[in-house]
Design a protein around this ligand. Sequence first.
Ligand code: FE
Length: 342
Amino acid sequence: MKIYHIIIIIIFSTFFINCESKNKKINEVNLYSQRHYNVDKKQYENFEKITGIKVNVVKANADELIERLKNEGADSPADLFITVDAGKLHKASQNGLLQKINSNKINIDNQLKDPNGFWVPITYRARIIVYSNERVKKADLSTYSDLANEKWKGKILVRSSSNSYNQALMASIIANDGIESASKWSKGIVENFARNPKGNDRDQVKAIASGQGDIAIVNSYYIGLLLSSKNDDEISAGKAVSVFFPNQGEDKRGSHINVSGIGLTKNSPNKKNAIKLIEYLTSVDAQKIYVNNSYEYPVNTLVEPNEIVKEWGTFKKDSLDLNLLGKFRNEAILIFDKTGWK
Ligand code: FE
């Protein structure tokens, strides 16, 4: 064999090796997720089983993930950004980090959709009032704004204002009632605190059970999680309270809700897989897995909430464009600071 034969063989074999390694590109999808619930692992394993697409997850808080997406720019490996707050999805889209999602396989309650098409909700939750079965009469409860009434002095339990759930609630109050009214409300709530804000939503319910306060503002699914817990203390905390949906009635705007949602990144390298995962997470099967494990509300109209959640009854949801939760975020934080809600 002459030398040029050998050279030709080398050129051809590197060409074929290259082709092969390109085809062997891993079939995967990369998530940047703010969610912190056990049910998610179950969903991704199930999706992998059905499609053969490997799901890689990076978990952090929403602002950290947004910074990371900004810094990585066009080189970002991320396909999807998942949050527990429409406000943060709005922030990501405002920063040019998302692209519109096109699929005809996504069946979602119209009220929960992003009017701009940049994100898809996967679950929703209400920020509700829970009250002591022993010390509060249901008839005395009505609206969020009533919680600022001095009749509740020393009785209100709620976590710190650094938490995104409270920031979104305050943003909804600003969007509905204006800044001045929201500031007054915040001041009234602070004056009614049973204690300085500490702990998470579950801890507020436990504090009612141990008599430290009578009323708490929490996300709905935590009551489902407490009642279905393996821990006796958690079950008895859940049983010590009842659920109340504020702002119901014809003249009322409905209870504040927020979505856990998903956005497709601007430079998604595995776009087809990403859309498949969005379609899976909003499908009837996956929605059933959410409602029965995390006790969130389903976004797919063909699925009903878990039995525990259904017992609380149906409620009217605040119909605010959820993007406004992001728009008024900074104002919400300013109000918390000014009124001493730590
Ligand atoms: Fe949560």
